[in-house]
Design a protein around this ligand. Structure first.
Ligand code: OXD
Ligand code: MN
Length: 590
């Protein structure tokens, strides 16, 4: 039997008993040498940074050009999310669904607690209270991460509202998500990311990498929150959030879901092209949105995060000037390369690397200088295009939801759902060619419904039912669109310029929302007439335009047959309405 609970004198007075009791239990299991309750203060941040610099875990960067910024190198075997080691541990396996790896909760706790036993001997246990969303928003939800990684603490301070105010809110809410994390020995054989939605709990062992270790992000704000959202009547989605203001001063808020590394951060920080003077785009979020039906029948969104954990390679002045300008100070870089001036370097930047992401002298034969999934962690407020609405406790009303994927063929540049129900089918059919954000093969087409395949904390059939039920509650729902910025011709050349020019497509969507423009009715949905997209000056040939806006009926029939086959795995939980939509589309395709 463990010692009976008694509040330690070092426990902050703001700590609710439930948090303190849990910290005691974890201490008994992990046996840390020291316990540190994080306040989120500047002084604490400076002390932890100094400690990591002294131990060599952080490296200073050029203090003149990158003040307050540091480089962290993770273990080379620990550089991405590990979906095969990520589990959803619901009492009933059916609730986790075929879309998740499952383990029975008792077995999962036993397995991972055996790894946690004594794992913090000689280490400090950090208690990290955090709030996902503005501290004063009714839509925000809190958690506490216990970790033995000071790097995690520094990142959580950027990515969430971390520290004493969050602890105080937990006291008021009386509820929090429990996230237990240890880097362990970083042995890939002893690595698990486990979720217990029914207990609002996460246990992550053996990885120090972002998505596995910063538990507020994918683990809490998507996997656990998606479950919590279903029980409470809202949606937790893998979506960016952006404010778009027209020259006439009309502002619309748009949410967009793309699979990992399909350019969510770029779209969230889009810089209007020269051809669209007077347009303004401001960023609310680049990765996660929590969506709530509002009292007026519209859908309202908050970004639960306070920072960006963005993919570095490919980010440059031209591709994403806002991201590029954001990371010039107070940024943590993970697994990037260095140039001779001790500045961070990655593929897509000018100049030459001298040290690769593993700290070796750079040699082309060793592969990319920066790891393809290397990252920057930076506060959202550092973004020159940061939207002050990010702090609105009531969120922002959403005019349009966009789904998209990286598809060389088939999916046109843009098409619009007939209604919410059709939009749910559109989201359920999202597929994309894989990238480096998770371990595994790159370039393979994989189905990624709503871009939530790695992140939905429960059965996809139930999830689509929930989406349909949310739609029923919206008298004024957002319009739903699908985009594909990645169409290629036979020679592999991209047909669409992307980046800032994507705003031309967004303008068409907002014209649709405002009822200012018509559309062609096609078998797969509404599509723009060529002249309504205003493609002047892009130098896109007539053939390319045709390919971008064409519906290849035979290819679509085979796509939908494939989707129908995939739907079979969801069995009786698949909402019949989704199959009706699919069959309706097939009929229209002839
Ligand atoms: C991410 C991801 O890190 O989706 O945002 O993988
Ligand atoms: Mn993501």
């Amino acid at each position: 039997m463990g010692k009976p609970y008694a509040r330690a004198s070092s426990t902050p007075s703001a700590a609710p008993e439930a948090v303190d009791r849990w910290v005691h239990e974890v201490c008994a299991l992990t046996e840390p040498d020291r316990v540190h309750w994080c306040t989120g203060s500047e002084a604490e941040n400076a002390a932890l940074t100094a400690q990591l610099l002294a131990s060599g875990e952080l490296e200073p960067l050029n203090e003149e050009t990158y003040p307050g910024s540091y480089l962290y190198r993770s273990n080379p075997s620990d550089v991405a999310r590990v979906e095969h080691l990520t589990f959803v541990c619901t009492r009933s396996q059916a609730d986790a669904g075929p879309n998740n790896h499952w383990m029975a909760p008792d077995a999962a706790h036993a397995k991972i607690d055996a790894l946690f036993a004594g794992c913090m001997r000689g280490r400090t246990l950090y208690v990290v209270p955090y709030c996902m969303g503005p501290l004063d928003s009714p839509y925000s939800r809190c958690g506490v991460e216990i970790t033995d990684s000071a790097y995690v603490v520094l990142n959580m301070r950027i990515m969430t509202r971390m520290g004493t105010p969050a602890l105080e809110r937990i006291g008021r809410d009386g509820i929090f998500v429990r996230g237990l994390h240890s880097t362990g020995t970083l042995d890939p054989e002893r690595r698990f990311i486990m979720h217990f939605p029914e207990e609002l709990a996460i246990k992550s062992f053996g990885s120090g990498y972002g998505g596995n270790a910063l538990l507020g992000k994918k683990c809490h704000a998507l996997r656990i929150a998606s479950w919590q959202a279903r029980t409470e009547g809202w949606l937790a989605e893998h979506m960016l959030l952006v404010a778009i203001e027209s020259p006439a001063g009309e502002t619309h808020y748009v949410a967009a879901a793309f699979p990992s590394a399909c350019g969510k951060t770029n779209l969230a920080m889009l810089i209007p092209p020269d051809s669209m003077p007077g347009w303004k785009v401001r960023t609310i979020g680049d990765d996660i949105a929590w969506l709530h039906p509002g009292p007026d029948g519209r859908l309202y969104a908050i970004n639960p995060e306070a920072g960006y954990f963005g993919v570095a390679p490919g980010t440059n002045r031209k591709s994403n000037r806002n991201a590029y300008d954001s990371v010039t100070r107070d940024t943590i870089f993970t697994n990037v390369a260095l140039n001779a001036a001790r500045e961070p370097w990655w593929e897509g930047l000018e100049g030459t690397p001298v040290t690769d992401w593993q700290g070796r002298p750079y040699q082309a034969g060793n592969g990319p200088a920066a790891h393809p999934n290397s990252r920057f962690t930076v506060a959202a407020r550092r973004n020159p295009a940061w939207a002050p609405e990010s702090e609105h406790p009531a969120g922002v009303p959403i005019s349009a939801i966009i789904f998209g994927g990286r598809r060389r063929t088939l999916a046109p540049l843009v098409y619009e759902a007939r209604d919410w129900r059709h939009g749910v089918l559109m989201g359920a059919g999202v597929a994309s060619e894989t990238t480096a954000a998770a371990t595994g093969q790159v370039g393979v087409l994989r189905r990624d419904p709503m871009a939530m395949k790695p992140f939905c904390g429960y059965h996809f059939g139930d999830y689509w039912r929930h989406w349909l039920a949310i739609g029923e509650r919206l008298s004024n729902p957002p319009r739903i669109f699908h985009v594909n910025w990645f169409r290629q011709d036979e020679a592999g050349k991209f047909l669409w310029p992307g980046f800032g020019e994507n705003l031309r497509v967004l303008r068409w969507m907002l014209d649709r929302v405002a009822g200012r423009v018509g559309a062609r009715d096609t078998a797969i949905g509404h599509m723009p007439a060529r002249e309504d997209l205003a493609l002047e000056g892009l130098g896109i040939s007539a053939a390319a335009t045709h390919a971008l806006l064409d519906v290849d009926a035979p290819a679509w029939r085979s796509e939908l047959a494939h989707l129908a086959k995939e739907f079979e795995q969801y069995g009786a939980r698949l909402p019949p309405a989704l199959l009706d939509e699919l069959n309706g589309t097939l009929r229209r395709l002839g």
